[in-house]
Design a protein around this ligand. Structure first.
Ligand SMILES: Nc1ncnc2c1ncn2[C@@H]1O[C@H](COP(=O)(O)OP(=O)(O)OP(=O)(O)O)[C@@H](O)[C@H]1O
Ligand SMILES: [Mg+2]
Length: 205
């Protein structure tokens, strides 16, 4: 039932149908450069962890695709197909709307982080803007739960750097993103300090 392939590095994502609904199937094919036994363990662990974190994020009120099925043998997750375009494309197409979207990205990241969840790859390519304008987070393969302040600070710093390099020239939107993020974090001051410390670390190493 596979159709057009969407993209993928470690994983491949294809559009399919599941019980009559449009679905996205994310699978992790075997990697021949890894020992087979180790490869299987890595793929299974990543599939399981991605699905678990996605579920936890959803429970914390962050929009993520609904999971329909997990196949630990094939190492694949079948999930709701989210209509829309990535936030990266949305910003490239309409830079004048970047600030509004940036504010929403900041609020979404704060909601995730305040539930102790790190995404691991908070780039605008891992966010889908639905036709109604709502933001959906995807690709939790590098995520973690029970995150400490340090993990959260690193996740926020990655988001800041990724936005800065993917959307060079949109400094005002980046400021809006970070301001929205910090003001939506319950412990905004502690995160602000941690973020500053991490930025400085990068400066001297
Ligand atoms: N549920 C979904 N609905 C619609 N499109 C999706 C969905 N999940 C993924 N995609 C599309 O597939 C692309 C790749 O998905 P994803 O970011 O999860 O994989 P990846 O970056 O290749 O994975 P990984 O970082 O785990 O190796 C996304 O940028 C998006 O365009
Ligand atoms: Mg991705």
């Amino acid at each position: 039932m596979e159709a057009d392939k969407l993209m993928g590095a470690e994983a491949t994502v294809s559009k399919a149908s599941y019980l009559g609904r449009e679905a996205a199937v994310k699978s992790r094919p075997p990697k021949s450069y890894r020992l087979p036994e180790l490869d299987r363990r890595i793929r299974t662990a990543r599939t399981r962890s991605e699905a678990r974190i996605m579920r936890e994020a959803r429970e914390a009120g962050v929009r993520t695709p609904c999971i329909y099925d997990i196949d630990l043998k094939e190492c694949s997750i079948t999930m709701e197909y989210v209509e829309g375009i990535t936030a990266r494309e949305a910003i490239d197409r309409n830079p004048e709307d970047a600030e509004k979207l940036a504010a929403e990205i900041g609020r979404t990241a704060a909601k995730l982080h305040s539930a102790g969840i790190c995404h691991g790859d908070l780039t605008t390519s891992n966010m889908i803007v639905r036709p109604d304008g709502t933001l959906c987070l995807i690709d939790f393969s590098m995520g973690r739960t029970k995150a400490a302040l340090e993990d959260i600070g690193i996740d926020a710093r990655l988001m800041e750097r990724a936005f800065g390099s993917a959307h060079a020239g949109l400094e005002k939107a980046l400021d809006t993103l970070m301001a929205s993020y910090l003001s939506s974090m319950p412990d905004g001051d502690a995160v602000r300090k941690k973020l500053e410390e991490i930025r400085n670390r990068g400066r001297y190493t």
